[in-house]
Design a protein around this ligand. Sequence first.
Ligand code: SF4
Length: 729
Amino acid sequence: MLFGRKDRNPIRIADKKVVEWKYTTCGYCSTGCSIEVGLNAEGNAVASRGHAEADVNRGKLCIKGIFEHELFDSAGRGDKPLVRDKTFDAYQESTWDAALDTMADKIKGIQEKYGRDSFAVVSTGQILTEEFYTLGKLVRGCIGTNNYDGNTTLCMASAVSGYKRSFGSDGPPGCYEDFDHTDCLIAWGSNLPEQHPIIYWRLKEALEKRKFPLIVVDPRVTMLAQFADIHLPITPGTDVVLMNSLMHVILDEGLEDRAYIEAHCNNFEALAEEVAKWDPVRAQRVCGIDEDTIRNVARLYAKSGRAMSIWTMGINQSTHGSDGVTGINSLNLITGNIGKPGGTSLSITGQCNAMGTREWSSCSGLPGYRALENPEHREEIAKFWGIDSSFFPEKRGLFQTDIFPAIETGQIKGLWLVATNPMTSMPNTARTRKILEKLDFLVVQDCYSDVETTEYAHMFLPAAVWAEKTGTFTNTERRYNLVRPAVKPKNTSKADFDIFRELATRFENGQKIHFPETPSGAFEEMKQLSKGAGRTLDISGMSHDKIEQARGIQWPYREGAEGLKGDQRLYTDGKFQTENGKANLIPLAFVDNNEVPCDEYPFWMNSGRVVEHFHGRTRTGKLGNLNKFSPTPYMEMNPDAAKKLGIKHQSYVRIVSRRGDAVVLVQLTQRVPSNMVFIPFHFYDCVNRVSLGLLDPYSRQPAFKQCSVKIEHVDQDEAGRLNVERRSF
Ligand code: SF4
């Protein structure tokens, strides 16, 4: 196939000899793109393409999706279960039966000796929803530990917490189609072109058809900020101040939607009292945005008629991430911008199935947004699963970020990690390493045996990857989409679904609880549990076949629903999931509790993504084209700041914090101000050697993006030596 001018350097696309295309859904980010994987005559996956009739991506894929078929045969895939008695002894290959017997015995042994909660489980946002539901059954119903969480605490916990506090329930109320209706959009700490390229393409398409102001709040001149009408380069950690000040102007100038507030909101007076303190003159001194710009943005937003906010980690990964989410929700509530086309608070989720774990994994409660704290919910699920409700704890246990300190202090002795790699993803790598070394028993279950955390494990279980399995993902806009297997699981790896089912048979309650043999059987159970008057998370009208036919269906989609479209928006009737049906306006006091630059450590350190990589590079680091475009950790630094320190473009430097240091290559750019550096977070042994990660009090999410550092010279030889030493543990 040829593209471009026929007679001069045409681009030639190799014929991959595809004989069949298999439907599936991308397994990286939360956009939820429908993909077709091309198989050749030998049944090997040789190509990926976007599905032209999928509403989400309409034939498009980003660079990660385009090369996703290369995952199946990428380096480092797990071969067989591996076991060893002590960390750093040589691993021995095992059979599945022997490994799962040992695992069950070890879990029971630890629980008998130290109590049920002394064994912890941390899962992911990467596996399929039917797998999450099955894992929840196993952990809540059979193993019975309350220290069970997902790695989504590192990315979306603040959004969940903020939605619950404002609206009484989790669940993003908007959708991508809101871009086609909105008259003003604020992106808070969200760099769509690199994080979610296809959502960005949807936004750009909407902007090309119908111009509306795009306002980006970000301390760095991100790619999205470059395309914005207004960029607000906020001082890190002060979002709440800017939100309060925007609301101050709106109320001061009478731009609020009084009728909506009176009909649908609680607590307006308390909110008004707090925001009254944040006159833009005072706010500008804290948040770094001048008073005129604050007033201009407040008026644009409130007067537009239909305004929406999106956000990602710039809000969530903060010591006040949950407050920031409630602040965005309040801004939308007082302007009447919830539940209407173009008026919404839309968190842009991180991982492909962060939503699925929120909905069905039971890690923060019980399946289908049920709460352990609610006796009726405990009774309902216990009855459905066939066990006694007294087996369940009466409130949720530790978050992931509290599980690790509990290992440090000896309360937790054993840990099972499912598709998550804390050696790369947790803040303060040195502390994480010491914590993992303290465990009596650590199991790593992953598609790749070479994930860094396996170094510290006693057992490795090889899991099947992405489209070697069947099940659903939920995307950012509450859309279920289907993953069909394109190929069989590699080597002896098993679908996580089967690993959970087989482990369950080794526990007493595993004999009582029915574990369906297929993902569609688990989906049927989820459907039954989702039914109910007033429930928003209702999927009772869906089936795997219907989802594929529609190329994704949003919830709620109730039994008997006509057509193949679920509800696009939540709260269209202004009724929320709170006791009195009204949304909560929450006053936000600004708490300045984070590490800030000082004489010794004069730079802010900020972190974020590059388009080529996903999270800890477990997958994208193995794929030639992705790694080729982004092979090495680097640090953006302002040229003026670099000049003062005598630092040159493309030289190595050492970045040092109170926790540790890392060696990085310098890229000089005006994208960062002179008191800030930026490092992509994907690389092992890099940014998290330095990060602090203080926790949000509600969501327990770490503030990865805020700490202070200094920059030191290293010569090239020393940089090489440090890198070798660091990678040899
Ligand atoms: Fe996959 Fe996200 Fe890229 Fe779509 S935008 S192809 S879901 S990584």
